[in-house]
Design a protein around this ligand. Sequence first.
Ligand SMILES: *Cc1c(COP(=O)(O)O)cnc(C)c1O
Length: 407
Amino acid sequence: MLLENGRYTIQGLSVEEIAKQFGTPLYVYDASKIITQIKTLRSAFTGVDLRIKYAAKALTNVNILRVMKQQGIGVDVVSVNEARLAMHAGFTSADIMFTPSCVDFEEIKEAVDLGFAINLDSLPALEKFGQTYGHSKPCAIRINPGVMAGGNYKISTGHIHSKFGISIQQLPQILEVVNKYNIHINGLHVHTGSEVVDVDVFLKVADILFQTALHFKALDFIDFGGGFKVAYKEGDKITDIAALGKAISNALQNFSKTYGKPLQAWIEPGKFLVSEAGVLLVKSTVVKETPNLTFIGVNSGLNHLIRPMMYDAYHDVSNVSNQLAATKQYNVVGYICETDTLAAERDLPEVREGDILAIHNAGAYGYSMASNYNARFKPAEVLVEDGKARLIRKQESLEDLLRGQIL
Ligand SMILES: *Cc1c(COP(=O)(O)O)cnc(C)c1O
């Protein structure tokens, strides 16, 4: 979203007009931003065989997945259902990496049958994999490197108290199981957390993977995970993608010499590809002055965007309808009957009842984490592509709330 000549636009289209045409609350995604992000990654990792696997859980609308497919990247899925959505969007099984956490082994078997790359994250799963497939099917191993990093403890996944991956300290047990069944390990994987700013963290973890990789003879790839930090507000620290790409590419090239063959570099960005591509448009339903604060109530809330309440995430807000007015301080709150703060203590151009507000960085973990709490409908979604805005999901209706209920 850009501010051009006093109005907010996406690919030249007026955001206010989009809100009028499709109604609010509304998720709006800009395909061109996604494509720019993919290009940024491609130009940062050079001299290695880079495979980008979009972490689909960030945003799973099939039209978004189709944009990814058209750009020639793959997907990382955490459930077979996400994979089915990806296939619906045109991905083939060869494009798909299955990285589940603590799922029933039946689901892993299903993923093997569907032909996905498999990534295992526990010793019992590895044992069952060996028992079931022996050497006949390859799999990767998700390593927990024992490194604390990430924007919030809830999104840190690589530390020693995290449920994710098999602890690097359990390498002897991993090797025992792999040798017992002669399992074909084709990749090593790590995902240290979300919103990891520091390139050195990625490099430190890469080193741990390289040390580990020497114990496996038939690797094809090292998967460095996702978690690249984007800007949520002006001046925010972000992962320096150019520096990251250069550092990881160099490190992998060097390691490949030691290893004896070139290994592919896999990465799994979720937020990096879609966060900034999305805004959530909401309408101010009430301006509520209290002795202490002025609240702006909006026709949305934590049921549509849970990140502020769940992760204390900061999401920028713009008043799309009155951008030139003098600013006042507001708390923007949702309509859910819980504490439901979307943005606290924000200076915004005066907000009037009926104004349209845009909540930024809503592309990742917005719609995909939305719920029907308070029996509210999930909002519609619009994709702006080639200068045109198109509805890609209808707002829900009462039928959706009743579907599956038995009277
Ligand atoms: C969620 C997830 C990602 C993506 O994380 P982002 O912070 O959105 O980049 C990558 N890999 C795995 C295994 C994940 O679970």
